[in-house]
Design a protein around this ligand. Structure first.
Ligand SMILES: Nc1ncnc2c1ncn2[C@@H]1O[C@H](COP(=O)(O)OP(=O)(O)OP(=O)(O)O)[C@@H](O)[C@H]1O
Ligand SMILES: [Mg+2]
Length: 156
């Protein structure tokens, strides 16, 4: 399995569908880091993951910082964009991520990489013409297995 795989996502619907495929590929507990600049499509992808796991509408946690969605596969949706480093110890993100039994989705997690579980999927979204390019790398064996399932489902 190569270190990272990439997919072209022509429009927002493609980002959502890719998120759904990712949601089917992960085997909870699992953590997904979502990188990419402002408006890259991180929340759109997270919503797709949520749909695949039975969560109809994950709203953006940009202002809430952290949103827990209970269910058969509980989803923790985190957005660290607005968080200052000195606030980090007080908000419980690390504690929430550690031992989360379902799937955690962490927008802007690359700002504070030490809060992420060691084994996580590292997803980057970048502009690609009018669309986006998603690059997915596995950080650890569980994520490597998920990436292999994603590649099998989506072609790569
Ligand atoms: N593959 C794509 N091609 C074109 N537009 C897309 C694509 N994926 C998502 N978008 C659009 O990009 C915009 C921003 O999406 P989204 O809110 O998911 O980004 P974000 O990375 O979460 O932004 P933020 O950094 O503000 O949290 C939305 O209008 C969305 O529909
Ligand atoms: Mg967002």
């Amino acid at each position: 399995m190569p270190e990272a795989l990439a997919w072209a996502l022509g429009d927002a619907a493609a980002t959502g569908a890719f998120g759904e495929a990712l949601g089917r590929a992960v085997d909870p507990p699992a953590c997904v880091l979502l990188r990419g600049g402002l408006g890259a499509g991180k929340t759109t992808l997270a919503q797709g993951v949520g749909r695949a796991l039975g969560h109809g509408s994950l709203t953006s946690p940009t202002f809430a910082l952290l949103m827990e969605h209970p269910g058969a596969v509980p989803v923790l949706h985190v957005d660290l964009w607005r968080l200052d480093a000195h606030e980090l110890p007080g908000v419980g993100v690390e504690e929430a991520l550690e031992g989360w039994p379902g799937v955690s989705l962490v927008e802007w997690g690359d700002r504070f990489p030490h809060v992420l579980p060691a084994d996580h999927l590292d997803v980057s979204l970048a502009d690609d013409g009018p669309g986006r390019r998603a690059t997915v790398a596995a950080r650890g064996p569980r994520s490597a297995a998920a990436l292999a399932r994603l590649a099998a489902a989506r072609g790569a």
